[in-house]
Design a protein around this ligand. Sequence first.
Ligand code: ADP
Ligand code: MG
Length: 272
Amino acid sequence: MRSIAVMNQKGGVGKTTSTVNLAAALAAAGKKVCVIDLDPQAHASLHLGVSVRDGQPSVYDVLTGEAMFPEVRQQIDTNLWLLPAHLDLAAAEVELASEVGREVILRDKLAQDDQQFDYIIADCPPSLGVLTINALTMVREVFLPLQPHFLALHGLSKLLKTIEIVSKRLNKNLRLSGVLFCMYDSGTRLAAEVSSDVTAFFQGDQALGIAANAKAFETRIRRNIRLAEAPSFGQSIFQYAPQSPGADDYRNLAAEVLKMAVAEMPQLRRAA
Ligand code: ADP
Ligand code: MG
């Protein structure tokens, strides 16, 4: 099993769009995929056509109550499952503030889950709080979506530091494995400059050990209006506009993710 947190403390960089459409593409390629929506805004759930009614169990109940993964999980499509979020997840941060072991609740509950998946993909909220930390203790890989504008590198050191601390103290297998450019305006000088800056950053000294094997995906997700329209229909890009450039890009990304050599991920090789 591969487990991935799609993380960036900035909002609006393409985390949710990438979580949902990568998950859908991997499911279409025959992999069993479970999405975990960790954002109180519940955008990934809505994008997958799920809106949790009051009183219905959600990720909130997994984090703050007795609920286990199977009670909360919903099947969305062939090979595709979701642990949905509800707005009440926003309260979890405060409710868990004094809870011992709050950082590893998801990890422990996942370990008790009998259902086997090929991919678990967690959509993180735009913060580095307890919800994101729960994702980081549960997974082995972080995918980092970046929008190639001039502030793309801003905040990256803090983000990497967070991954590093979690990796040292709570999850020694954690690595940043993929950097994904989203809303890429191909042909513009800015996009080209920023993407080469980012590549240089990850090759330089500032990138910590946890990013040593990070790969910038060759697939860039181009700006495509269909990707922005699909969520309001509760559909992935493959249902909403299967012929669009957005669908092509996420299909290509999935192919790259499937191909990622085990050698690029020593932590996976050790576990195998
Ligand atoms: P995040 O989860 O990081 O906050 P989203 O995935 O929700 O980011 O994307 C932010 C906004 O940009 C959303 O309205 C989304 O529909 C839109 N969007 C994301 N990727 C693209 C793209 N490649 N082209 C056009 N719009 C996009
Ligand atoms: Mg989001």
